[in-house]
Design a protein around this ligand. Structure first.
Ligand SMILES: *Cc1c(COP(=O)(O)O)cnc(C)c1O
Length: 444
């Protein structure tokens, strides 16, 4: 690791002054591709379509193995909802009447894992299981995948071990699908990961290993241990193309949902999407998918906690995964579980750099206030990380982004991506809500 002279960086990028002082900031990406055609990337439109097909091949298996996916015929998807009461309350609280319409993409309701990790994590494990099953000759290419429930496949998978480093939600999604298929699964977690997540994983037969220190250390330890086993497969949150592609399929589904609501997206009617960001895989994958479909008419923003602005610093400095927030004296301590990440995904950030519109940061207190406000107005309960996108429309409206892009704010469709919440135990959620209410009341 080269020595990083913070003052030199601050001179080159004045916004770092605010970032290192833990102030909420808005950064607009000067490298966003503004041409009609998307730039050449390490993933293609074909990859996106292939990823969608993999989900379809597994739909019959998922419907049989997870009853909650029966209503959607084994397709793991979440609703898109208007949240007018929340919009009204935000208008009052955040000091601006938002023109355009605010929608919530409810990945907190995703079946099986209750978070956005159901997209990437489950996808990568299914991809691996398919490879093994086909190579073994037990599965024939045109056969219905419902056979994967049979004992002979469980026996095959039980000789392999899947490892993953996780602050929680990724571990849950990988653990739940791997255990169902019959794999051995080891989840490497940071010690401060929530107890209920560790308990749930252990209850389904996963091995949970705890590491003091930050998430990157858990990943490093997990990678080393898993790859030492010739029949080990490591799901690498810091560099995974498959996680990325699993997330990207959300864009195809979202397009169908917008069509069903008769919301058209074009140059005059742009789509603004605001996604909570950890390593940048889920928001990056979704941004990639959306840019394939809507081109430059979609404007994607990432949201990070002021204490964990890892992708922000990576993209701003251009150093990507070569720098961590610790190098800039930032502690990476936040209650936003899925976002407590010190270093961005190498794979995802190279792509996001060309596609996204910007990144904003916000304080933990704001996440809890938003959690409370959404619960109160819409009766929707998210985990703290998952609320970060709700601030986006208000934060970006205060920047000069609209004028730079000649956008009429009244024509924008805003989507805040709600990334998790369904699996949070009731008493924990009640405590989050109460904390949000207290912070909200204190502010008034
Ligand atoms: C993982 C996670 C994110 C961020 O996804 P990354 O791929 O790490 O950027 C956001 N919200 C929740 C609830 C998560 O679990």
């Amino acid at each position: 690791m080269p020595f990083i002279d913070i003052n030199t960086w601050k001179t080159a990028f004045p916004l770092l002054e605010e970032i290192t002082r833990l102030k909420p900031v808005t950064w607009l990406n000067p490298s966003r591709d503004e041409t009609e055609h998307n730039p050449v990337l390490p993933v293609s439109r074909q990859d996106l379509q292939d990823a969608e097909k993999l989900w379809e091949r597994f739909a019959s298996y998922l419907a049989q193995s997870f009853p909650e996916t029966v209503p959607s015929s084994g397709i793991i998807e979440s609703p898109l909802k208007a949240i007018p009461y929340m919009q009204e309350m935000c208008n009052k609280q955040l000091g601006l009447t938002l023109p355009g319409k605010l929608l919530l993409k409810c990945d907190n309701e995703l079946p099986i894992a209750g978070s956005i990790k159901a997209r990437g994590g489950i996808f990568e494990v299914l991809h691996y299981a398919e490879q093994l099953a086909l190579q073994s000759g037990l599965l024939k290419p045109e056969e219905s995948y419902t056979v994967l429930k049979e004992e002979r496949f469980k026996k095959l998978f039980s000789s392999y071990t899947i490892g993953v480093g996780s602050t929680g939600n990724l571990g849950l999604s990988i653990g739940l699908i791997s255990a169902k298929l019959g794999f051995n699964v080891s989840v490497y977690m940071s010690a401060e990961a929530k107890k209920w997540k560790k308990d749930l994983l252990r209850s389904i037969g996963a091995t949970v290993l705890e590491f003091s220190g930050d998430f990157s250390e858990a990943i490093t330890a997990g990678r080393t241990a898993t790859l030492a086993n010739p029949k080990g497969y490591f799901v690498d949150d810091e560099n995974s193309k498959l996680l990325f592609l699993g997330y990207s399929v959300a864009a195809i589904r979202l397009k169908n949902q917008l069509d069903a609501l008769h919301i058209r997206i074009d140059e005059k009617h742009p789509l603004f999407v605001y996604s909570p960001c950890g390593v940048g895989g889920s928001p990056g994958g979704i941004a990639f998918g959306l840019r394939q479909i809507f081109g430059k008419d979609v404007h994607c923003f990432f949201a990070e906690p002021t204490h964990s602005p890892s992708v922000l610093i990576g993209l701003l400095t251009g150093k990507m995964n070569k720098v961590s927030v610790h190098d800039f004296g930032i502690d990476n301590i936040t209650e936003a579980d899925g976002l407590a990440v010190g270093r961005p995904s190498a794979f995802a950030s190279g792509i996001s750099k060309l596609l996204i519109s910007g990144i904003y940061s916000l304080e933990d207190a704001e996440l809890f206030r938003l959690l409370y406000m959404l619960g109160k107005t819409e009766n929707i309960f998210l985990e703290p990380s998952a609320t970060a996108g709700l601030k986006g429309p208000y934060q970006i409206a205060k920047s000069d982004y609209y004028s730079k892009h000649s956008i009429n704010p009244a024509q924008i469709t805003h989507i805040a991506w709600a990334t998790g919440g369904a699996l949070v135990p009731k008493d924990e959620m009640a405590a989050f809500y109460k904390k949000g209410e207290q912070l909200f009341t204190k502010q008034h």
